[in-house]
Design a binder for this molecule. Sequence first.
Ligand code: PAN
Ligand code: ZN
Length: 196
Amino acid sequence: MNSSHLEKIRPEDIAVAFGLTDVRLGERPVVRRHLADLRGCFADEAAFEAALAADNPLLYEVCAVEPADGDGQLHYGLGVLYPGKVGDEYSLTKGHLHSHRPAAEVYIGLAGEGAMLLEDETTGTSRLVPLGKGQIVYVPGHTAHRTVNTGSAPLVYIGVYPANAGHDYASIAERNFRKVILERDGEPVLLDRPTR
Ligand code: PAN
Ligand code: ZN
């Protein structure tokens, strides 16, 4: 993993960096995922084990802001996904479906370069949609979603979702996404997950 950008940005600092002065992120819990937490997510298991033997860097951080539950309420998460690769595969989040499958989500890119891998649970079809500074991605319900950082700086984004969405990681952990985003000739390319 390229760890040169790691530990430099904290969600606590993002509020200031983006003028989000009212959210007081520093007072909210932050989930931090390190490389070891992503076991099983990357396609190249040998590259994953080799990277982990060398280091267990921080991959991403999410600060969830969940002011109220109940019908009609919204939650949001501020994410920082650090750059790097495992083998040819870009740095990524675990990815999930919402426990309440109809729950959609809107992602807003604040900084960096990346994309979202969207996989429709019903049809199995995948899409790679750009998510970088100034880009907005609508994630429909019934859609597994994973964020990837295809750049060389931290990818910073906000995801807004219904308060009753819930997060189902188990379904993805069981079968993983059908597609992978690999670097080919310096560019991100959406490919079928290699069979083991
Ligand atoms: C986001 C995600 C965030 C981290 O806030 O939770 O990008 O990804 P994982 O949750 O898959 O580790 C979101 O989609 N919330 O619903
Ligand atoms: Zn989500």
